[in-house]
Design a protein around this ligand. Structure first.
Ligand SMILES: [Cu+2]
Length: 311
């Protein structure tokens, strides 16, 4: 029973990829790619409990009325969603409540209560911020192990990953990556981004309108002041988008940071990954003004808020 949703999803994805392929008459890597479908519905993530290892396309279907994402984390063995909900999510929520009350010192003390195993979590990308009603696809290489997907966007100051009802979980989903191999090939990129603490977001060329597979190479990784590593999300900018407001929104520690609704439309991206990794995400660019932006404190200062125009 556990595996059946996965098989159905993979079969469906292969069929869809096969249809798309006829238009281009090329061999698309997506045709044989393994797809892990994660659906956001209300304040829950719905997905299979077990998937094969290897190159995995995480197809994040945001069926909810709010912006969400699906950060993928590899948890140390023996620690699952239950431990995360008991020992991690409440600490962040209580710390956030203290920040909102203007008590930075007490907040930092609270964050000091995070369990030792929290530092052993490996962040492995996963689809970035996704506007309601959109689908975002991100491809990463997953080793066998114990995983969790999480969304910690906030609504009314409460992280989606935290549920105040102790009987219920927040927006998290635990899953197992098995030793079975997905067999999917590494994607072929049409746009390349290099991400580093020193140079920020560096894009190879200015992408044209159309479909793209964006490769993101993490030249290095570090823990920023908001405890997160650098990553990349794609935002579409309106004529009146306030870039400073967007920059502040990207930092969850700010009272309005990651608070719904988002100040822009988001089309996915990729969350932080370890130094040396490469992950991929798909985008469809229409003519207009966009930004690549990282979920760190002060992204503009770090060259991690890059505005570009698609003609
Ligand atoms: Cu969410």
């Amino acid at each position: 029973m556990k595996q059946s949703p996965w098989i159905i999803t993979a079969a469906l994805a292969t069929t869809l990829a096969g249809c798309a392929e006829r238009d281009t008459a090329t061999t698309s890597p997506a045709a044989s790619a393994s797809v892990y479908e994660i659906t956001a519905r209300g304040l829950a993530l719905e997905a299979a409990d077990e998937i094969p290892s290897g190159w995995t396309t995480i197809r994040f279907n945001n069926q909810s009325g709010m912006v969400h994402f699906a950060l993928v984390e590899r948890l140390p063995e023996g620690h699952g969603v239950k431990e995360q909900q008991d020992q991690v999510a409440p600490v962040f929520q209580q710390g956030m409540d203290l920040l909102n009350a203007g008590n930075k010192k007490a907040a930092n003390q609270k964050f000091g209560e995070l369990p030792e195993w929290f530092g052993k979590i490996v962040f492995l990308g996963g689809p970035g911020m996704t506007t309601p009603g959109r689908i975002a696809e991100t491809t990463v290489y997953l080793e066998p192990g114990n995983y969790m997907a999480e969304c910690y966007v906030k609504t009314n100051g409460v992280f989606h990953s935290y549920n105040p009802d102790p009987q219920q979980f927040g927006m998290v989903h635990g899953f197992r990556v098995t030793t079975d191999k997905s067999g999917a090939p590494q994607p072929q990129a049409t746009v390349r981004i290099t991400l580093s603490g020193d140079k920020g977001i560096e894009v190879d060329g200015n992408p044209n309108a159309g479909e793209h597979t964006v490769a993101v190479h993490f030249a290095d990784q570090k823990v920023h002041a908001n405890f997160l590593g650098h990553d990349v999300h794609l935002a579409r900018l309106a004529d009146d988008t306030d870039l400073e407001k967007l920059a502040t929104w990207m930092d969850w520690r700010q009272p309005n940071g990651l608070e719904t609704p988002a100040p822009v439309e988001f089309f996915g991206g990729i969350h932080d990954m370890p130094a040396g990794s490469t992950g991929y995400f798909k985008v469809r660019l229409n003519p207009g003004r966009y930004a690549w932006v990282a979920e760190v404190d002060d992204p503009a200062q770090k060259n991690m808020l890059k505005v570009f125009t698609v003609r």
